[in-house]
Ligand binder design. Structure first.
Ligand SMILES: Nc1ncnc2c1ncn2[C@@H]1O[C@H](COP(=O)(O)OP(=O)(O)OP(=O)(O)O)[C@@H](O)[C@H]1O
Length: 961
């Protein structure tokens, strides 16, 4: 099938990724809702703040063109005074020695507009001094005092006392002059006039009216409180964006897509365009909600001006999120980062609203630095737009006036137009930085590009200059040492090496070869990480130590090895996830060291990684559709290929269900289907059946068996059964080296301990008592054991009343034909019901090889594990040692002491561990212990009292037997 390339592929990938982003947005409805509509809630809050502020501020924030008159204001009840103590009095007065004054005060109380003042709310005194004395000892109990003096029958004078200091309570101001003094004054003058004229109905109307005036205070709730609230709106998108980007990195989804041939540009563009669309809608809704709440800010400033401010700010924050995401490796940190940015933004916005640094008395440098942080630009923009609509006289900023300062703003140093320019240019800066940092900050495999990668012409032309480096930016990497050149022990590995080396030297291409590894070596560099408090130096680690190997087309090649053998590293090198340290590999003739070669390789490989790399929110069909598009399958075929893949892995019924709810087996099947999509010529399956139940495992085996036709498959597994059933050729790796290679039969016959035979005995004879039966079966077993001992000198490996199991070494192969012929002839005599003979299992081969490799390294490094003997004693043995001499067991009868054979197995995670040991037997006389100095030393230096066992040479032991 012809795959898409170039611009067509870029467009196809972009569309598929955008579709993926759209589906993820749709499936994560809550976050999408918050992104789009959170502005409604925040604008409502701003609306409430505005209402509260305006209700307190009187006419100061408004233009007063036609002030209303306040006619004959009444003396208010004293309880209305701020900070009054009850019981209180509406007023006190002096002059009660005059009957006429008494009548005047009575008139004041009775004629108070709207409310007759009761007598208990008024106190009278004779002289002003008495009033002062009372006021002094009864503070805050009365807002004012009147002092009357009847000088002559035609002259009555009066004076007023109030506390003239305005006081504030909960943001409201109380002016005692207008509230208490003027009403008292009007009432006193009215009643004095009536008394002097002698007409109690004499009309005395006094009105009060403030001056017409423009708003004395400029207040825009959006300019003041808006920056924080609109920053909060943007933070939703900011946090979700970081979280999405980091999740794809953390779950290695991006790596999986890159292996499939994803263009970096398609990845960034798809996120950018989709999020820009959401941002555009969010900005639109913000302005519409603002208009809905009838804010002058939104009604009087021009719509495009407002829309662009919110859109460009949120877009800028998006770019900022892209850049920040390159520093984060855990999606759970997204909220922490978002919160920190919000707090910092809140504080710097506060500083901005106080005028820093967008005024003439601050230097330009401050302004430039300050403007790099997007929340500051938002604060300034809202301040400008807010001031432009602060009073009803202000008509807002029109599109034409976006580059002008308002006439009364003499301190203007930045306009809305400048802010647009800043927001646009810093947005591109963030995006470029995001792409750059993404390349130079080490990914989860510790791989990065050089700091100046973009300066190399080859990066732009794509001709092999895209070299990757390892280690963090701040670590000083020591020169990487090359692993020792060790000649393999196994002749088949040597033969394979020789062939590949010859082909390499002649530059010959074998058309049957899919993958040729030419001394593939991977060393993870040791690094000196300089932290604040300590330096940490890690040594280099040789994970793959020079592999020379041909993998043929149309074959399934199985790579076995214990944990840490280097299998995944080898696959990672072949798939371009991690760069090789030295050597090379050709995949269908394309070198993995060359980036053009690698991009060709990506088109022909499929990878099923060790851990499922899937989006929880996407279904199997969506996954396959996405990966098929990334791979470059022609659009017309994607649907049919997807359906075919679903059928192959039996996921048709669950095709619409989200992968997050799949069982482990279903996820694995989907991963295998993804690896096989697009009919790749080479497929890497890294432990495809790990953690599966037997039924699912069988199913995946069937899929792999079918997939074998017409392509090369590299399989790694910890299941020997799987390797045995599926593989055409098997190699076992340990400690970074190939230890053996060949077909399953070849490995079993070469590395197995020999043949396994099972002898089963007939059941009890009816009619005989159980005791007689038991006795006779024991006799038969004894006889058979003696027969094996006499003819083959072997002891059973396992035994019970029903069967005996023997491992017969290869050396006895010549005796087997006669031996089994005789055993069969005497079947009746021995009461044998069945005899089975077979080669030892692949598991045993694997354990032998793994054990040997472990022994080599533990001998070198002194790694010891504790072996608990059935006698109760414990000894320390090097990992992987087979025959161990027990220290302190020398007696006159056994002068060399006793030994055991240690049985090893793989635990659940593939580590070698002790499963048991044989009976204690004397060490044969001609067997010498192997040198085990470092292990012994480690045991002694480790300060443990547990003795260290003596490692015995298995060949000597087997020959001695
Ligand atoms: N990025 C890395 N930096 C340093 N060492 C690493 C890195 N990745 C892997 N290693 C080491 O390289 C060795 C080989 O690892 P690798 O994952 O290839 O083994 P494996 O054979 O695939 O094991 P498993 O069966 O557990 O998957 C291990 O000891 C591992 O700790």
């Amino acid at each position: 099938m012809e795959l898409q390339t170039g611009a067509q592929l870029l467009w196809q990938q972009y569309r598929a990724l955008t579709m993926k982003n759209a589906i993820l947005t749709w499936r994560h409805k809550r976050s999408a809702f918050l992104k789009l509509f959170s502005s409604l809630f925040f604008i409502f809050l701003i609306f409430c703040i505005d209402k509260a502020a305006r209700s307190r501020a009187g006419s100061a924030y408004d233009n007063v063109d036609n002030p209303e008159a306040l006619i004959a204001p009444p003396i208010p009840p004293c309880e209305e005074k701020f900070f009054v103590k009850v019981p209180c009095f509406d007023f006190v007065w002096s002059g009660n020695g005059s009957n006429r004054v008494g009548q005047i005060v009575k008139g004041i109380m009775e004629n108070n507009p709207g409310r007759v003042i009761p007598p208990e709310k008024v106190i009278s005194f004779t002289t002003p001094d008495e009033v002062d004395a009372w006021l002094g000892s009864n503070q805050l109990r009365c807002p004012g005092a009147l002092h009357f003096v009847e000088r002559k029958p035609t002259i009555i004078s009066y004076g007023i006392q109030t506390n003239s200091t305005p006081v504030a309570k909960r943001g409201k101001y109380e002016d005692p002059t207008f509230k208490f003094q003027v009403p008292l004054q009007i009432a006193a003058e009215r009643e004095i006039a009536r008394s002097l004229i002698g007409d109690p109905k004499f009309s005395w109307v006094v009105g009060l009216k403030e001056f017409a005036h423009p708003a004395t205070e400029i207040f825009s709730v959006i300019g003041t409180a808006g920056p924080t609230f609109f920053l909060a709106i943007a933070m939703f998108g900011f946090v979700f964006q970081i979280s999405s980007l980091v999740t794809e990195k953390e779950l290695k989804l991006r790596q999986a897509m890159s292996i499939m041939g994803l263009y970096e540009s398609a990845f960034w563009l798809s996120w950018l365009m989709w999020e820009a669309l959401l941002t555009l809608l969010s900005a639109l809704f913000t302005v519409l909600f603002g208009m809905m709440f009838q804010f002058d800010f939104f009604l009087h400033n021009s719509f495009p001006i407002l829309f662009l401010v919110f859109f460009l700010f949120q877009l800028n924050m998006l770019g900022f999120a892209f850049m920040i995401s390159t520093f984060i490796s855990k999606s759970s940190s997204a909220t922490t980062f978002g919160f920190s940015i919000f707090i910092i933004g809140f504080l710097t916005q506060l500083v901005t609203t106080f005028g820093f640094p967008y005024e003439k008395n601050f230097s330009r440098t401050y302004r430039i630095i300050w403007s790099f942080f997007p929340p500051n630009l938002l604060a300034k923009a809202l301040d400008l737009l807010g001031k432009a609509t602060a009073t009803s006289q202000d008509k807002g900023i029109s599109w034409q006036r976006r580059g002008e300062c308002t006439a009364d703003d003499t301190d203007c140093v930045i306009t809305i137009d400048n802010i647009y320019k800043w927001l646009i240019s810093t947005f591109f800066l963030w995006i470029l930085l995001a792409i750059y940092l993404d390349n130079i900050i080490p990914n989860s495999n510790g791989v990065r590009k050089s700091i100046f990668y973009f300066l190399k012409p080859s990066y732009w032309t794509g001709n092999g200059g895209d070299k990757e480096e390892e280690g963090s930016l701040c670590s000083c990497i020591d020169p990487i040492p090359t692993p020792d050149d060790v000649t393999p022990d196994d002749e088949d590995v040597v033969a394979e090496e020789t062939v590949v080396k010859q082909q390499t030297a002649q530059d010959a291409t074998d058309l049957n070869v899919a993958v040729q590894m030419r001394g593939l070596t991977k060393t993870y560099p040791g690094a000196m990480n300089i932290g604040c408090c300590k330096c940490r130096k890690t040594p280099p680690y040789h994970a793959v130590k020079g592999i020379w190997l041909n993998l043929e087309k149309n074959q399934l090649f199985c790579l076995l090895g214990p944990n840490g053998a280097g299998k995944t590293t080898a696959i990672n090198c072949l798939t371009g996830i991690t760069p090789v340290t030295s050597g090379d590999a050709l995949i269908y003739g394309h070198s993995i060291r060359n980036c053009v070669g690698m991009s060709n390789i990506r088109k022909m490989i499929g990878v099923c990684p060790q851990f499922d790399v899937l989006w929880d929110a996407l279904s199997a069909r969506e996954h396959l559709h996405l990966f098929a598009s990334i791979k470059g399958l022609p659009p017309s075929t994607i649907k049919s290929v997807t359906e075919k893949s679903l059928a192959e892995v039996k996921l048709e019924t669950a095709a619409q269900v989200r992968a997050g709810s799949y069982s482990g087996g279903m996820k694995r099947r989907l991963s295998v289907a993804i690896a096989l999509i697009g009919d790749p010529k080479l497929v890497f399956l890294d432990e495809p059946t790990t953690g599966m139940d037997p039924i699912n495992r069988r199913h995946v085996w069937d899929i792999i068996e079918d997939a074998k036709r017409g392509r090369a498959i590299v399989l790694t597994t910890h299941s020997m059964e799987e390797a045995d059933i599926l593989s055409d050729r098997i190699a076992i790796m340990a400690k970074g080296r190939l230890r053996c290679i060949g077909t399953s039969i070849r490995l079993k016959s070469k590395f197995g301990s020999g043949y396994i035979t099972n002898v089963s005995f007939a059941g009890n004879t009816p009619g005989q008592s159980p005791n007689t039966n038991e006795a006779s079966s024991e006799t038969q077993i004894r006889l058979v054991k003696q027969f094996f001992r006499d003819r083959l000198q072997v002891e059973p490996k396992e035994e019970n009343q029903a069967f005996l199991t023997y491992v017969i070494p290869h050396e006895k192969e010549g005796l087997l034909a006669d031996f089994f012929a005789e055993l069969q002839d005497r079947e009746e005599e021995f009461r044998i019901s069945d005899i089975q003979l077979g080669l030892t299992t692949l598991e045993e081969v694997f354990l032998n090889i793994a054990r040997q490799a472990e022994l080599e390294s533990s001998t070198a490094e002194g790694n010891l594990v504790t072996l608990r003997l059935t006698s109760g004693a414990a000894i320390q043995v090097p990992k992987g040692a087979r025959f161990i001499g027990i220290p302190g067991t020398q007696t006159s009868e056994n002068p060399r002491g006793l030994m055991v054979e240690v049985y090893w197995e793989q635990d659940d995670i593939g580590d070698l561990c002790i499963s048991g040991h044989s009976m204690e037997t004397p060490i044969p006389t001609n067997v010498q212990p192997m040198v085990n100095a470092s292990a012994t030393r480690r045991g002694i230096l480790g300060g443990t009292a547990t003795p260290v066992g003596l490692v015995l040479d298995p060949n000597q032991i087997l020959n001695a037997h």
